[in-house]
Design a binder for this molecule. Structure first.
Ligand SMILES: NC(=O)c1ccc[n+]([C@@H]2O[C@H](COP(=O)([O-])OP(=O)(O)OC[C@H]3O[C@@H](n4cnc5c(N)ncnc54)[C@H](O)[C@@H]3O)[C@@H](O)[C@H]2O)c1
Length: 266
């Protein structure tokens, strides 16, 4: 009889690089990676003395190619690369200046491309294969208002994802993305702190709430792990079901909104 043993999701002995790993989703990824036994390198423009899990903080501005190269010189060849640094500037169409556009494209799209190009070259050279996970968004697919530059970059990240998965497959390098919905980080804390905003927003989410950074981290680490050995070119929504429905399930007649969470009335 064939017995399948329970397998631990372990990244022992692997080198993991996380861009934008000091705060928010990237920090949660870094913490989980450390817990899975990886040797974690955080490439970030900012550092934090309060990071309390084993990791190497490497000061890096991913909008500078030289800075990315210098950071990879410190980390060595990654087995798993998480391209996560990004920002969102909220501006209506009329107020989206060329400066806002360029800043968003530079960090969310050009830096993602250059980080991937530099990381992939090293991974190909090592001959060991590996995994790359991009942080895209539900906004890769929808047109949420006042985020035209952001939405364009996150749609563009899928173009990077598909092409890189195609070209890197022969080298044993898998490329996937996580596509978070609204996740509680400093980027979104103001929305989370405004019940009137989140009550309506979360009405459209089957899980009835926003997400936490660690919920994205777990999905990203699955994609980078051997558990996802036949998955490449895929986008994994981590959005509480937001993208699967048009209007959402929560009705005032049947449900109530308390502490940031829609629940059915008892
Ligand atoms: N929070 C959400 O709701 C949400 C939803 C979907 C996608 N995302 C995406 O998740 C990613 C992380 O966002 P977050 O919400 O954790 O934001 P965050 O602001 O908490 O974290 C972003 C990190 O990127 C770093 N960073 C910024 N500019 C950098 C640069 N030039 N070089 C290196 N590092 C830089 C910051 O210092 C920070 O550590 C982004 O790509 C964002 O678009 C976030």
């Amino acid at each position: 009889m064939y017995i399948l043993k329970a397998m631990e999701l372990s990244l022992k002995g692997r080198t993991a690089v996380v861009t934008g790993g000091t705060h928010g989703i990237g920090r949660a990824m870094s913490r989980r990676l450390a817990a899975c036994g990886a040797n974690v390198y955080i490439f970030d423009i900012d550092s934090d003395d309060e990071i309390d899990f084993p990791s190497h903080q490497v000061r890096c501005d991913v909008t500078s190619r030289a800075s990315i190269q210098a950071a990879f010189d410190r980390s060595g060849v990654p087995d798993a690369l998480f391209i996560n640094a990004g920002t969102g500037i909220v501006k209506p169409l009329d107020e989206t200046t060329r400066e806002v556009w360029d800043k968003t494209i530079s960090l969310n799209l050009t830096a993602a491309f250059e980080t991937l190009q530099e990381g992939a070259a090293r991974m190909k050279g090592s001959g060991k294969g590996g995994a790359i996970v991009l942080t895209a968004s539900t906004n890769s697919y929808d047109g949420e208002e006042s985020l035209i530059a952001y939405n364009a970059t996150k749609a563009g990240v899928l173009g990077i994802l598909h092409t890189a998965a195609n070209e890197l497959g022969p080298y044993g390098i898998r490329v996937n993305s996580v596509n978070p919905g609204l996740i509680r980080t400093r980027l979104t804390q103001a929305a989370f702190d405004t019940p009137a905003v989140i009550k309506d927003y979360f009405r459209a989410i089957p899980m009835g709430r926003g997400g936490e950074p660690d919920e994205v981290a777990k999905a990203a680490i699955f994609l980078a792990s051997d558990w996802a050995s036949y998955i490449t070119g895929a986008s994994l929504l981590v959005d509480g079901g937001q993208m699967c429905c048009k209007f959402g399930p929560w009705k005032d007649s049947e449900a109530e909104f308390n502490n940031g969470h829609w629940r059915l009335k008892k």
